[in-house]
Design a protein around this ligand. Sequence first.
Ligand code: MG
Length: 371
Amino acid sequence: MKRAAILGSTGSVGRQTLEVIGAHRDKLSVCALSCHRNVGVLLEQAAKFGAETVICDSPIGACSVQTYEGQGAFERFAREGDYDILVVAVVGIAGLRPTLAALERGKTVCLANKETLVCGGDLVMRAVKRFGGRLLPIDSEHCAIHQCLKGNATKDIKRIILTASGGALRDMPLDRLPFATKREVLAHPNWDMGDKITVDCATMVNKGFEAIEAKYLFDVPEENIHILVHRQSVVHSMVQFTDNTYMAQLAAPDMRLPIQYALLYPERVSSLAVEVDFCATPLTFEQVDMARYPALSVVSEAAKAGSAMCVAVNAADEVAVGAFLDGHIALGRIHTILSRVASGFKGEVRDVQDVMRIDMEARRLAKEVIC
Ligand code: MG
């Protein structure tokens, strides 16, 4: 029986993680749950799954289980809590410190938070090597690559091919794109995810971040990571080897599958995902039309330029997407905001303090550019 602690249990991945655990109660139990704001839902979840600990960065109030609350609560729990697996499904840069704290104890981290590797990829992978912990990605693409690489050596990889659905606006006429409404942007054709990441899918910033994550997770140079549009989201990514053999992982688009893979790794058991009907789902692939996704170019530039610029683009995107979701800016302004903010940051980050400093500075700049 593995004891899982879920940071961000009230969000989309967090809730689906609980569904997976609910379906495998003989193998998995919940020891701790956490939220950012939604304390009511958190306590309901804790009662239902018998969690002994609840964690929140704001006050929780009186309750019958152990609590970690206030600033730094996630990290404190990661550093001293009693768990086997830490699921990091919080949104934003808040995922970095708890991930590092768990890895420094040699724990298993199932990582659904993109910012952690986009902003601190070097620091995180160094911690994995040094302390012998395990990092398993909860992201359909990286989960696919992880499976394709089983039994294969990194030196034999020619390319990693990340597949992308193209997001909700993949067929919108180009001249209408900059003015797409929030409702149009959030209508993702294949995946059920949180609002921020669904906007990032429409701009393909998400895919740019995933390329950065793949570079760190699988130790593959940036220029060997390619993106292909695959509308059906059945091929979750591929690896091309030096002999031009391709390995791909295929499954219905259902986040509960990568979650289960990470939680139960290396065990493979029945899942909540449905079967794929290949006769009803022809699979297609297209090149990415860069004119449609200008923000993706900014992220790719940052990936080449160094980790400081990656931190800045990530922070600027969080501010810009927030402003779009709040109705303050048009979708078409996101890439100009990213580009203006990113251009000021060079070099590599050295430590967590460095990441936090650049993150704050980039957020301030992004807000300035928006006003
Ligand atoms: Mg993904």
